[in-house]
Design a protein around this ligand. Structure first.
Ligand code: PMP
Length: 399
């Protein structure tokens, strides 16, 4: 009998090599205790967290915790059903109304995760006759959504509106609808989409535009609505998708739109129809976190100040860090060995970042993906920079 696991032999040897060279599994890090939004205990050591998506620190909001406790006491801990069957409670509708009004949009659909929001909206919108135009560096949920759709998929060069324009021009005269999908801030590199230019291409070519603001919601824009708001092109964006699992600190996803057909999507969207809805305590915590986000715009200012401090500091050390300033700062390394050794040494010295490896990284180069939070103190950022500098010297990464 042939082994069903034979296909994983490449993964097994790559993972074995990773563990052998560094002494630990980079995909098996356990946060043993949460001390605060910025500090966790890992391997019995208090560790600075510079590898989460908890941009505003709201996963530790005591108001959200209390709201979750109250909701669980009142409604129970789960819905046991999908949104269209038996899993819509008044809380789900309330959250959708709150999200739609926050974005100033006609309608919002709430999904059980951000992954499912992309999977659902992309696969429901893009049918057999249609074309999906995806930025080459798109998140897995966007690629998976395009696979679940029956549309023809065309990739364009990352953050390159001219390349998109060229590809859309070639499709002129074809019958299907064209849906362009970009992200606001890219999760691995911190690159920010030139969304005003993408919006101009969309207008000229009469296509639809979906922006995944997963990493930019709560982070950028006057009201924290993301890159579309920051660029002043919200009206050109047909669909904004996002997640509650980053700046709001809970879990769940959403899609907002002004298109009146959103109710038709609800009954044509498999990742919405065939999975259990969010539990009441998560909805209540999310609504409270959103209220806190709105009440505390200074968190965004703190976040961007911290982003500048980390970004500037990593550049001053001489590391090849992200070009644009955002809360995601990636350090690109030349070799896999350097990345693995540095990541392990940073953790041993009490700084946790994410190790991102090819083929999941742009240009197939290894990255140490760092992220900051509004709740990091300047002293915590300086400490992390000090550790980065000494580990980089030790690993001969600096020229
Ligand atoms: N879109 C992007 C750009 C992401 O980076 C992620 C998660 N990292 C998601 C969607 C999925 O969100 P979630 O983890 O909340 O399912």
């Amino acid at each position: 009998m042939s082994s069903i696991f034979a296909k994983f032999s490449g993964t097994a040897s790559a993972l074995g090599g990773l563990i052998e060279s560094g002494g630990r599994n980079p995909f098996g890090v356990v946060i043993e205790k949460v001390v605060s939004s910025t500090v966790g205990v890992i391997e019995n050591r208090e560790t600075l967290l510079f590898g989460t998506n908890n941009y505003l620190g709201l996963s530790q909001s005591q108001n959200a915790v209390k709201a979750a406790q109250d909701a669980a006491a009142k409604y129970g801990v789960g819905t046991t059903g999908s949104r269209i069957a038996n899993g819509t409670q008044s809380l789900h509708r309330q959250l959708e109304v709150q999200i739609a009004s926050h974005f100033n949009r006609r309608d919002a659909m709430v999904f059980s995760t951000g992954y499912q929001a992309n999977l659902g909206i992309i696969s429901a919108l893009a049918g057999k006759e249609d074309y999906l135009l995806l930025d080459a560096d798109s998140h897995a949920s966007i690629y998976d959504g395009s696979r679940l759709s029956t549309a023809q998929v065309i990739r364009f060069r990352h953050n390159d509106p001219d390349d998109l324009h060229k590809r859309l021009k070639r499709l002129e005269g074809t019958p299907g609808a064209k849906l362009v999908v970009v992200e606001g801030i890219y999760s691995m590199t911190g690159n920010i989409a030139p969304v005003a230019e993408f919006a101009a291409v969309k207008r000229e070519t009469d296509s639809y535009l979906l922006v995944d603001e997963a990493h930019s919601f709560g982070v950028i824009g006057e009201n924290g609505l993301g890159v579309a708001e920051a660029a002043g092109v919200e009206k050109d964006v047909d669909f904004i998708a996002g997640t509650f699992s980053k700046s709001l600190g809970t879990v769940g996803g959403y899609c907002v739109s002004d298109h009146p057909e959103m109710d038709l999507i609800r009954v044509n969207c498999r990742p919405y129809m065939f999975t259990a809805s969010l539990p009441p305590e998560v909805i209540a915590a999310t609504m409270t976190a959103l209220d806190e986000m709105k009440a505390h715009p200074e968190l965004r200012t703190q976040l961007m100040d911290n982003a500048k401090r980390l970004h500037g500091g990593l550049h001053r050390i001489g590391l090849n860090a992200s070009k644009q300033v955002s809360p995601v700062v990636a350090v690109t390394l030349e070799t896999l060995g350097q990345a693995i050794t540095m990541w392990n040494r940073l953790l041993e010295e009490g700084v946790y970042v994410n190790l991102s490896l090819p083929p999941a990284t742009p240009d197939n180069r290894p990255l140490l993906r760092c992220s900051v939070m509004a709740t990091h103190t300047p002293a915590q950022i300086d400490k992390a920079l000090e550790v980065f500098a000494s580990v980089a010297r030790e690993c001969s990464v600096l020229s």
